[in-house]
Design a protein. Structure first.
Length: 401
């Protein structure tokens, strides 16, 4: 019963995370679009930086933005913050449920670094905190006055962290650690900078003073960072289910390319919203980036197909390897503690079931080494070679079949 309950808790938290993420990303994209599409005209209220007319749901809306704040505060003011907070809280809950509570499966790879679960969790938590602190210090430093230079240094900082995490965690763990870090930076921008600065502006207005324009500049800069980081975070959320993304030896470089692609796509739409000529070249570079990612993920694995083709196939050995290293989880009744059903419903207990999953076995165990997770059952290269040889021979049937 406990395992069934945890499965439903996992699903419910994922559901909340997706809903909150949609709300946060939607409002973020909308306000960046609104900010960039504002136009000046005569007759705007004093202090207004521009306006935009929009139509939606059968109604017309006249949106006016003030450069700092209106002369008089309205009676009702909507604060956009809970979407971000709910996304982070549910995301961290998922991190705990999936990665921390099953650290030996998804966070640790003893071939990378022999860690105890508590050590891996501690490094993950400290890494999130240090990552945010360094990023925040960069933004507050003189470098923060130059958006382009700050973006370049920030990009290199994230790529360096991605590479360092691959030296500590499993491929999947390192990938998700970076996604969580970027998401944490984005939410911390809202919690520690954007909302506090807005509150200072409101308080100054209520007191009859003149708010500091620097508060608005800082908030807008952090909001723009969030806008450009959104698509890479979404990629990580999806990519942690695809071993070609997270289990490649080049996963840190793949993430670096995704950061560039995500920024280029946002640049394209931000430029269009602003009314400037569309930078169509960004799509060409993005397509080239995706092609590079595909090429990196297809690079020869430690167990090459060419070498496997020269190995004599023994189906009895294939069955032994799968039953010994895979079937404790991929079974009608998994024996791995805390696992109620076979992952993704894949059962590997009979020769026919194994043959049906030949392509998945090649991808997961031979080409990317994503399985067993973190190599927790310590499958050797020789045993992977047996599977590779069988698949290279066309996954022949067992003689008893």
């Amino acid at each position: 019963m406990e395992t069934v309950l945890m499965e439903w808790v996992d699903l419910a938290v994922r559901w909340v995370h997706v809903i909150a993420g949609i709300a946060w990303i939607g409002s973020s994209f909308y306000f960046v679009h609104l900010d960039l599409s504002l136009k000046q005209r005569e007759g705007l209220p004093e202090g207004a930086g521009g306006e935009a007319w929009q139509v939606h749901g059968g109604g017309f809306y006249n949106m006016v933005k003030y450069l700092v704040a209106p002369a008089r505060m309205p009676d009702s003011l909507t604060w956009f913050k809970w979407e971000a907070y709910a996304t982070w809280i549910s995301g961290v809950a998922l991190l705990v449920i999936v990665y921390y509570m099953a650290a030996e499966l998804y966070l640790i790879d003893r071939a990378v670094l022999d860690l105890e679960p508590w050590m891996a969790i501690a490094i993950s938590v400290v890494g999130l905190a240090i990552g945010w602190i360094i990023y925040d210090l960069l933004c507050r430093s003189p470098l923060g006055r130059n958006d382009v230079a700050l973006a370049a240094v920030g990009f290199l900082f994230l790529v360096l962290l991605a590479w360092l995490f691959t030296l500590v965690f499993s491929g999947r763990g390192a990938f998700m650690q970076m996604g969580t870090l970027i998401g944490t930076m984005m939410v911390a921008n809202v919690f520690f900078v954007i909302i506090p600065n807005q509150r200072k502006v409101v308080a100054e207005l209520v007191a009859g003073g003149q708010p500091d324009p620097e508060l608005g500049r800082q908030g807008k800069q952090r909001s723009l960072h969030n806008n450009y980081l959104t698509l890479p975070v979404l990629f990580v959320m999806i990519g942690n289910h695809y071993p070609l993304a997270f289990a490649s030896q080049w996963n840190w470089l793949i993430l670096a390319i995704v950061l560039v692609i995500g920024a280029l796509i946002r640049h394209f739409y931000n430029t269009r919203h602003k009314g400037d000529p569309s930078p169509w070249w960004t799509w060409g570079v993005s397509v080239a980036g995706m092609a590079l990612i595909v090429w990196l993920s297809a690079l020869p694995a430690p167990v090459s197909d060419e070498a496997a083709a020269e190995v004599e196939v023994d189906t009895a050995e294939v069955e032994s390897v799968v039953l010994s290293y895979c079937s404790m989880c991929h079974a009608a009744e998994p024996i791995w503690e805390g696992m109620a059903v076979a992952p993704k419903g894949v059962v590997l207990e009979t020769p026919e079931q194994i043959r049906l999953q030949a392509k998945a076995i090649w991808l997961q165990t031979v080409h990317t080494r994503a399985m067993p997770p973190g190599n927790v059952t310590e499958m050797s290269d020789d045993e992977r070679q047996i599977l590779a040889a069988w698949i290279a021979a066309g996954a022949p049937a067992w003689e008893s079949e």
